[in-house]
Write a protein that binds this ligand. Structure first.
Ligand code: FE
Length: 309
């Protein structure tokens, strides 16, 4: 049976974090009775911090979604805005996460228990020694535009060959829908961001977090009296990927592509990074030594040549 909780159900769990800089809180949404074997249970918790908080670059041993639910900030060099979804594959470093002027709140979501953040400052050697990792991360915003009573729009970039997918769900008051079948995935989180989800004679108001396990089948849900906006997140299955789906494409002969050894971000000399003041056509040796990986903040020396066209 799917598991679901609203913020009202769990706000008593809000814990103050002891941090070297800034203020921070953590609130567990999916909680379990004493004695539950947590190894294969999903995780869902709200991370909050004020403008001073920074989370250093790190990775996890499990696939992970993060969904921004308040304020804003910057992850690596990527802007985090409300409801943005960040997916990071297991063993993909990302960060730092700099909390914005109004603070930042995001949900951290995983299909199974994770031992916690492995900071690059301490665990770099351990990371590069992991065999067959396929580091990859992506950030994409939902689109809650609705036509008719129900719209279920797939994200265009959050997908892979192991069942990874995300959907923006928008429903009129009291409308019903059958969610995508999670049977070919590693499980499914549903994040209610607005309105409410009606389930077993209760209305779960946003912010609410639900999880449907792989074998539980497609969940039929009904929107509450004010309608519903939600983000549906399908985890990849856990077997190893068949092949890198993010392989660097062939490039023109005169330009090289350099790849971050930690997170697999690529720098293409042909394209440069105009957003960061590096013009198209800039050779790697001419990229400033102070430049860092936009996704995981690794330095230039952590890059290797990936393709010579
Ligand atoms: Fe990187």
């Amino acid at each position: 049976m799917p598991k679901i909780a609203s913020y009202d159900d769990v706000k008593a769990n809000r814990l103050v974090r002891e941090l070297p800089v800034g203020k921070g809180w953590r609130t567990n949404f999916l909680t379990y009775p004493e004695g539950t074997n947590l190894a294969e249970e999903p995780m869902g918790f709200l991370v909050e911090g004020n403008h001073e908080r920074v989370i250093r670059p790190h990775y996890h041993e499990n696939d992970q979604f993060q969904v921004v639910v308040s304020g804003g900030g910057v992850l690596g060099k990527h802007k985090l805005s409300i409801h943005a979804v960040h997916f990071s594959r297991a063993y993909t470093p990302y960060g730092p996460i700099n909390f914005g002027a109004d603070g930042l709140g995001f949900l951290t979501l995983r299909a199974r228990k994770d031992p916690g953040a492995q900071y690059i400052s301490d665990a770099r050697e351990k990371l590069v020694a992991v065999a067959d990792r396929k580091p990859w991360q992506i950030t994409e915003a939902p689109d809650f535009t609705r036509s008719g009573d129900v719209s279920l729009r797939p994200f265009t970039q959050i997908k892979d060959e192991r069942g990874l997918a995300a959907f923006s769900l928008s429903m009129a008051p009291n409308a019903a829908v059958t969610l995508p079948d999670p049977s070919q995935t590693g499980g499914q989180h549903i994040i209610v961001t607005k309105g409410s989800l009606s389930y077993q004679d209760r209305e779960y108001k946003g912010l609410a977090v639900a999880f449907v396990k792989t074998h539980e089948g497609a969940w039929q849900i009904t929107a509450g009296s004010e309608g519903l906006e939600a983000i549906v997140l399908n985890y990849p299955r856990r077997e190893a990927p068949a092949a890198a789906n993010d392989a660097v494409a062939a490039k023109s002969p005169q330009h090289r592509v350099w790849q971050c050894m930690l997170c697999a971000f690529t720098y293409d000399e042909a394209k440069g990074m105009p957003d960061e003041g590096v013009a198209a056509g800039t050779r790697w040796e001419d990229v400033p030594e102070t430049w860092t990986c936009p996704d995981c903040s690794a330095s230039k020396s952590d890059f290797q040549m990936a393709v010579v066209g």
